[in-house]
Design a protein around this ligand. Sequence first.
Ligand code: ATP
Ligand code: MG
Length: 415
Amino acid sequence: MAQGTRERDFALQVATRLREAGYQALWAGGCVRDQLLGLIPQDYDVATSARPEQVRDLFGHRRTLAIGAAFGVIVVLGRQSQQIEVATFRSDGAYLDGRHPTGVTYTTAEADAQRRDFTINGLFFDPAEETVIDYVGGQQDLKQGLIRAIGEPSARFSEDKLRMLRAVRFATTFDFQIDPPTLAAVQSMAAEVHVVSAERIGGELRRLLVHPARKRGLELLLESGLLAQLLPELAALWQQQPACWQQTLQHLDQLNSDSLAVALATLIADSRQLALVSEIGRSYRFTNKEIERASWLVLKLPDIEQSETIPWPKLQRVLVHEGVGDLMDLADAVLGNAHRGVCHARRRLALSPEELDPAPLLTGQDLIAHGVRPGPGFAQILEIVRDQQLLGTLGNRQEALLLVDQWLERNRGGS
Ligand code: ATP
Ligand code: MG
């Protein structure tokens, strides 16, 4: 059974069981929105009148996890490793820190809708009746393609400042407009986004950058004032060099890859600020692997650009690197797939495996057997032999060993 169907069936079972026990149980939030947009929901959330203890009693302690019990959230586990969050209808208490409520109060479905961020995220669906329950005008905004805060926008953003970035992310990924009063509130409060943890900001930025509509995401970050807060060095540079900004936007638009590393490299490649890759990557808690890959991509892009003129051994080492697929994606976006260097690199990549990456004539073992002691210079000899092999000046092991002897002789003489 398809993953989505299994999740949906489980969400239906959980709601039915709650309902049969006499509680109100509705699907809530993102899954209702996605369903109305004709998308397959990533996960289903159930909102209920049952209290957390009642949810646990009903499904049993072995089949539930009380991870978010303080906020009224119980995770119910399915037999095929499905997981559904069942949340008691709640109102959030005061937000004193711009991030979390101080506590929650259990309440009605209508009040639960009011605590949610945007109208399109404030919908419920009754799976038994198959009806949408809309206390916030979310259906209308879904039809019109609008991201609109529920209630007074600046009050809602003061409670949780991450919502500002969520507004940009939802507008980007759904190709919606941000309702003008909601956008105006983000513009006036953008500088306050820093109270939010780096992980949460990073999570939103990641989703924005890997999405095909990332060009618009960047434009919305600029328009909302968040760009200068979240990527200050780049924002300043782009302000001074509007041509670079336009170029980067175009390249982000042309990028065809869902890798964060490639997106990050594309964001920075035109400004040639290699150091910013790790600075941005670290600030937003991207993984070391992603940061290393993005740095390597920015560093190696010139090798593709100049692939016709750089020595083959240098290009060959780039083309046999495990990141070469990402590098060609970056090159297609930044240089264009008709660029001479890109075409040349592609022709080389199409060589047979033996031509592209022939088995080495000599290995470290061979050198040891030949009487060379491991130490300084050892790796260098292997590199020199490999270069000459790739250039075609060495045909076999004998010739390679001769070159080693000459090198050793010269080095001995020199020391
Ligand atoms: P997606 O899963 O695609 O990011 P989503 O809307 O499902 O979108 P979640 O973070 O899974 O987002 O949250 C589920 C629901 O919880 C949202 O639809 C919304 O109703 C509510 N919600 C989530 N985050 C916030 C927030 N920061 N402020 C207010 N309500 C929120
Ligand atoms: Mg969700």
